[in-house]
Design a protein around this ligand. Sequence first.
Ligand SMILES: Cc1cc2nc3c(=O)[nH]c(=O)nc-3n(C[C@H](O)[C@H](O)[C@H](O)COP(=O)(O)OP(=O)(O)OC[C@H]3O[C@@H](n4cnc5c(N)ncnc54)[C@H](O)[C@@H]3O)c2cc1C
Length: 241
Amino acid sequence: MGIIKTILKRVLKENTIVEKQKISESAYRIRVKSDNIKDVEFVAGYFLRIGIGMTEESLTMKDFVRSYSVWDLDKTNGTLDLAIATHSKGSGAKWAEQRKVGDKVYFTWKKGNFILDDTANSYLFIGDLSALSHLYIIRRNLPKDKQVESILYSQHKSELFADIDGTMPFNFYELPENPYSEIIAEIKKIIPHMTGRKMVYVGGDSRICVALNQYFRRELNWDTKQIKTKPFWNPDKKGLE
Ligand SMILES: Cc1cc2nc3c(=O)[nH]c(=O)nc-3n(C[C@H](O)[C@H](O)[C@H](O)COP(=O)(O)OP(=O)(O)OC[C@H]3O[C@@H](n4cnc5c(N)ncnc54)[C@H](O)[C@@H]3O)c2cc1C
């Protein structure tokens, strides 16, 4: 592992944690700074693959990397913010809990398809605590004239944090894990009020992503281009992507 880490240190971008804050009972905000953030080509929805094993000696290969969405990016100052949930209690959660200001962070950029798409008129955002920051940055980058609806849930409402600018633009729900029927009931109330071309973003629990993708396609006959889903975690797996 020692040689691999030495090689990776040359390849991965090195950044420094400049701020860390507990933003709810189950989430941390981490701000990292580096000159290379000033030049990055960025679209809301891009995420990082962080080499958490670079700074944790005990981790095995399967725990070496975890993905985290960019919550905010400031090119002028060369900083970006992450919001990391700790429900999993896995190596990523522990890494976030233990980080201190001044620690190094190593990562690569990932783009994917779960990114800003401003071609619709009305949007529905659905997700759990792990996807909240990702959905916030997409909403923040939509033109102001778009209609925005939302179902953001957690087992304890107080775990859901405000956006980085202090606003609370989403509707928060206190729901059990994997709350498919509760979400469907809310969707049925929301959809009739959505106007023009509609789009839905679903992020977080893979069971909800799969089930809602099917619901929107089969029950509501939405086109695949209107449905954006991204599983962030799966109850039977460690880490995803
Ligand atoms: C594209 C992408 C972007 C992501 N962005 C973020 C982000 O911005 N913030 C963030 O917090 N996470 C994000 N994730 C999830 C993150 O990568 C990790 O999967 C997560 O932090 C769990 O890692 P872990 O090592 O703590 O737990 P693991 O060792 O991976 O898992 C331990 C156990 O916890 C379960 N588990 C994992 N996550 C949760 C959860 N949220 N609630 C309940 N149980 C869970 C697993 O199923 C497993 O049983 C993202 C994932 C992807 C694919």
